[in-house]
Write a protein that binds this ligand. Structure first.
Ligand code: PMT
Length: 409
């Protein structure tokens, strides 16, 4: 693991396991938590034990497994009560549509669901299911509801699924689940060092319309920018988040979200808010060009002939804010590079009048677009250089927030 897991030392963690094929990864999660110094107890549904055995879980956790609400060895059949008091935090991996639905609706009909409904401390759910199930309206409604109640979701990833299809729905890897739990624990320690600060953040892609049905876009998911927004808001900042099209949701009430589509719209929103902000972090992947003409109908194929699309330059939002920057304001840019990374990033730092730039390279596995992780190097105006390791985007956001904080005031 490339991050500090000290926060887990001595913690009592309940690992809940529900009945999906990803349950085979649960013993690895338990091992990582135990290795990090946590004491772990497992609670499972009956179906989970079709995928992973009690013996395996007992061996890796060094503790009895709680799976039967009415087993005679459970003290007065109220183990869910003593276990919920014992646990400092709980993670359910995998979390099936069924267990998510039960918790969202207060259904307690087995060992795991009974424990979940009574648990009031930090809770992480790691959904794992077929894409169609994940996208199902009622599953999404349950997830949204639980999020609004403070439940943390470790988003599932995309790839080959057990049902033989490809898509979103794979359980996040155990290492990344642990990373997100650590981030949250550190976060919950209650640092409020951005209290009274206002920060502008741009996130996601821009879509540049060609006609009524087509656009030029890019692969940015918005995850990096949203992680920054949550981190800063959690530390007391008022955040203005200007985001391009993304499926992500914001959670913290300190975040004012402005949804835009094109670079020009992002430009207007960002330049309109910057003057009232102490700092701005521009993590969006903004299209440098847009079509010179936009049709408000669907363009038709022109026989056998090719088509040429004329592009014109978009405004450079970061460079504009660099010109508008007042004394005391801080400006942070990102650079996504594929070659001559540092050299290119340093040019942007200078040219756009930044305080520091966050460089990520598409040469690094797990970094850049779409991933839940990133690997960045922070380059300062005074020549300082901080090389990071691959970590969750939430952890990268924390590093950036720490770096920026030292430059404010
Ligand atoms: O959204 P994710 O999937 O989580 O991915 C995160 C990310 C890869 C998008 C993010 O980490 C990142 O690197 N963002 C910047 C991507 C980019 O377009 O870099 P750039 O080198 O082209 O632009 C340099 C800087 O200028 C960026 O801060 C960009 O926001 C800004 N810019 C660029 C063009 C423009 N017209 N206006 C701008 O403000």
């Amino acid at each position: 693991m490339n991050y500090s897991v000290d926060a887990l030392k001595g913690k009592h963690i309940i690992v809940g396991i529900s009945g999906g094929i990803a349950a085979y990864k649960a013993p690895l999660l338990v091992r990582l938590l135990v290795k990090a110094g946590a004491e772990v107890r497992c609670a499972t549904t009956e179906h989970a034990l079709q995928f992973v055995t009690t013996l395996t879980l007992e061996t890796v956790s060094n503790n009895a497994v709680y799976s039967d609400l009415f087993a005679p060895h459970n003290e007065h059949s109220t183990e869910h009560i003593s276990l919920k008091d014992w646990g400092d935090m709980m993670v359910v991996a995998p979390a099936t549509a069924n267990i998510i639905g039960k918790l969202a609706n207060g259904i307690a009909d087995d060992a795991l669901s009974t424990l979940l409904v009574s648990f009031r401390k930090p809770l992480f759910l790691c959904p794992a299911m077929n894409t169609q199930m994940l996208e199902c309206h009622s599953v999404q409604r349950n997830i949204d509801y639980l999020r609004s109640q403070g439940v943390h979701f470790v988003e599932s990833t995309s790839g080959a699924l057990a049902c033989g299809t490809e898509g979103k729905g794979r359980m996040e890897e155990p290492e990344n689940i642990v990373a997100q739990m650590v981030d949250q624990l550190n976060h919950d320690d209650g640092q409020q060092d951005y209290d009274g600060k206002r920060v502008l953040i741009t996130a996601g892609p821009t879509y540049e319309r060609i006609d009524a049905v087509r656009f030029i876009g890019n692969y940015s998911s918005g995850k990096m920018g949203f992680a920054l927004a949550e981190e800063l808001a959690g530390r007391g900042a008022k955040v203005v988040l200007v985001t391009g099209p993304t499926h992500l949701t914001t959670h913290h009430t300190n975040i004012e979200r402005i949804d835009i589509e094109s670079a020009e719209e992002m430009y207007r929103a960002a330049t309109g808010h910057f003057a009232q902000c102490d700092a701005a972090i521009l993590s969006a992947a903004v299209a440098d060009y847009r079509p010179a003409e936009r049709a408000d109908y669907k363009l038709k194929k022109q026989g056998d002939s090719d088509m040429t699309l004329r592009l014109v330059q978009n405004p450079d939002i970061l460079a504009t804010l660099g010109q508008q920057k007042q004394q005391g304001q801080r400006l942070v840019g990102f650079a996504l590079e594929t070659n001559d990374e540092e050299q290119n990033a340093l040019k942007k730092l200078e040219k756009k009048n930044l305080d520091f730039i966050v460089l990520n390279s598409l040469q690094d596995a797990g970094a850049g677009f779409g991933h839940n992780t990133n690997k960045v190097t922070i380059l300062d105006r005074d020549g300082g250089k901080t090389v990071g390791t691959l970590k969750s985007k939430a952890a990268v956001a924390k590093d950036i927030a720490d770096h920026l904080r030292s430059l404010l005031d």
